[in-house]
Design a binder for this molecule. Structure first.
Ligand code: CA
Length: 261
């Protein structure tokens, strides 16, 4: 099945480059150069539109409305959205907020803005990932695969197996081993590792991890995370000072690298 992406990006050159690269990978790509065009395409693709359109107000551009109807009418969905933030008629964040109210659609933010506070806000608001321009196309494709896989697995049993290099994790038992030898984790370490395994490949914000492992009332206790991440690294990383597995996303959160395919 061909996966269909919506790329919302006002930089014409970047839009063309990304579209070409994504098409080579086998994705079908719809493009929009503005917020209103993106909304119109989502509406056209069958994603509840009236509310979204109303929240933005009258559209100022019309090209999307004039675009030809697509052939796949019986399967009208967009499978993922690549979203720029600085758009001529508004901020991509508006579209993210609307999408999150109504859909589980994966959203990857692509932006030149790299303030940590902004990344955290967007991830907490439900963006699946965030790429700062300029980024490599291989990186984009990898993050896209992860986001699509995670959305796809929300309806299936949770991910419980993780294997990469010397590390073997089976959350169902639970059992963790490194180079074939059992690794003993405390209950809290195991809960934190489980949260990372369920989100493997994705950046998880401090708030998301703290809420998941310790509870909603602990979302500001980032020192818990620092402590327990250090303990996990000491047990799982070959060199805890140079982690290859449990990565820090500075000022944002942590990412467990993707498992081996
Ligand atoms: Ca832009």
């Amino acid at each position: 099945m061909t996966l269909r992406l919506l790329l919302v990006e006002d930089d014409r050159e970047l839009r063309a480059t990304l579209r070409a690269a994504l098409q080579v990978e086998g994705y079908e790509v719809l493009t929009a150069a503005s917020l209103s065009e993106g909304l119109a395409l989502l509406a056209h693709a069958g994603h509840a539109a009236s509310v979204m359109a109303a929240s933005i107000g009258p559209t100022t551009t019309g090209p999307a409305m004039a675009s030809p109807a697509r052939a796949r009418d019986q399967d009208p969905a967009v499978d993922a959205v690549l979203l720029d933030l600085g758009l001529p008629d508004g901020d991509g964040e508006t579209l993210l907020a609307q999408l999150r109210k109504q859909h589980k659609l994966p959203v990857l933010v692509i932006s030149a803005r790299q303030a940590e506070g902004q990344k955290v806000r967007l991830l907490d608001a439900g963006a699946d990932d965030y790429l700062v321009k300029p980024f490599g196309i291989a990186e984009l494709l990898a993050r896209l695969r992860v986001a699509l896989r995670h959305r796809g697995t929300t309806l299936r049993p949770a991910i419980t197996l993780y294997r990469r290099g010397e590390i073997d994790i089976d959350l169902a038992v639970p059992r963790v081993s490194r180079a074939g030898l059992p690794v003993h984790l405390t209950p809290t370490e195991l809960r934190l590792l489980a949260a990372l395994v369920r989100g493997a490949g994705r950046v998880l914000t401090h708030r998301q991890l703290l809420a998941d492992v310790w509870g909603a009332e602990f979302v500001d206790h980032t020192h818990y995370l620092r402590l327990y991440m250090a303990q996990l690294r000491a047990k799982l990383e070959a060199d805890p000072a140079e982690p290859q597995l449990l990565l820090t996303e500075a000022g944002v959160g942590y990412r467990l690298v993707e498992p081996e395919a």
